[in-house]
Design a protein around this ligand. Structure first.
Ligand SMILES: Nc1ncnc2c1ncn2[C@@H]1O[C@H](COP(=O)(O)OP(=O)(O)O)[C@@H](O)[C@H]1O
Ligand SMILES: [Mg+2]
Length: 295
């Protein structure tokens, strides 16, 4: 199977995940991690995938890039990428060695991992690492790759980009490293950016900056974003639509505004109640005459 099929509509969503199933083989048999997950992402939109730890968010994201490692395996479902550049691709059906899968990974779809050091090699200069991802996916000279890298480092808000090019990851702060990772993810202009808890390793001030940066670059480059988080505050700030996962299944799905206004599922309400702003509001409601200290 070559993974191509005719487009089902005139203007389909960029990504359609349909009935995805992923299991992990264990001594006790196959343990399901994702069970029948379906959602789609329109062009230029942001979908948040939210749920507590272990609910299957990362495994879903890895499936889209075919990065689920044994003992895990995708046991069913379709993952359609309706790419402007490469046409319609069922990622789930692609051969592991196909050239198209190579184009999908890092070219059409790229991913920002939770911990920036996962994506960066400690023994190479950061500029060379960003340039390398250009050289792998684009037919340009080393000099042009260097120029594009410095341009991208500036775009992600690194003031002295030429100096940063020469530095090693350990010489940068956590926030700077995550900026470099974002540069690396976006330098090939992916149609879909997957960001798996991109700010949870960072402190709160830097978190806000990095989220703002992802949002403005998304607008500028016109890509779609699949944003994974366990934080509804981040969902409210960033996403158009939200999928709430629990124990490998979707329990709620809809436009962010609607889900925030009237969550239908008890689990979504519990996640919302965990927000610091809501906890403070609840405390205020309970004790109307008292000042709320510390919030
Ligand atoms: N390496 C692994 N070995 C066995 N089971 C795993 C492994 N990775 C993930 N899982 C299973 O998949 C489930 C979902 O994991 P994951 O997608 O990482 O959760 P999340 O990103 O929502 O925190 C886990 O609860 C676990 O049961
Ligand atoms: Mg995860």
């Amino acid at each position: 199977m070559n993974g191509f099929a005719p487009s089902p509509q005139n203007s389909p969503p960029l990504l359609v995940v349909d009935d995805l199933q992923v299991s992990f083989d264990t001594a006790d048999g196959a343990v399901p991690a994702v069970q029948g997950v379906s959602f789609s992402i329109q062009r230029g939109r942001t979908l948040a995938l939210v749920g507590e730890s272990g609910s299957g968010k990362s495994v879903t994201a890895y499936s889209i890039l075919r990065l689920v490692q044994p003992p895990g395996r995708v046991t069913g479902g379709r993952i359609w990428l309706h790419s402007r550049r490469e046409g319609d691709i069922d990622i789930a059906q692609l051969d592991e060695k196909s050239g198209l899968l190579f184009k999908v990974r890092g070219g059409l779809v790229s991913m920002i991992f939770q911990e920036p050091m996962t994506a960066l090699s400690p023994v190479h200069r950061v500029g060379d690492q960003v340039a390398e991802s250009i050289l792998v996916h684009q037919d340009v000279s080393a000099e042009a790759a260097r120029r594009l890298t410095i341009e991208m480092l500036k775009k992600v808000g690194i003031a002295n980009a030429a100096r940063c090019f020469e530095q090693y990851p350990h010489e940068l702060s956590g926030g700077m490293r995550q900026r470099v990772v974002i540069a690396m993810a976006l330098v090939c202009r992916p149609e879909l950016l997957i960001a798996d808890e991109p700010t949870s390793a960072l402190d709160v001030t830097i978190q806000a900056q990095i989220l703002g940066l992802i949002k403005s670059l998304q607008r500028e480059l016109g890509c779609s974003v699949l944003l994974i988080t366990h934080d509804f505050g981040v969902v409210a700030q960033m996403a158009d639509d939200v999928v709430v996962m629990r124990r490998g299944r979707i329990v709620e799905h809809g436009p962010v505004r609607e889900v925030l206004k009237s969550p239908r599922h008890a689990y979504t309400r519990a996640l919302l109640d965990a927000l610091p702003s809501r906890r403070a509001a609840a405390r205020r409601d309970r004790s109307p005459g008292q000042a709320v200290v510390g919030k």
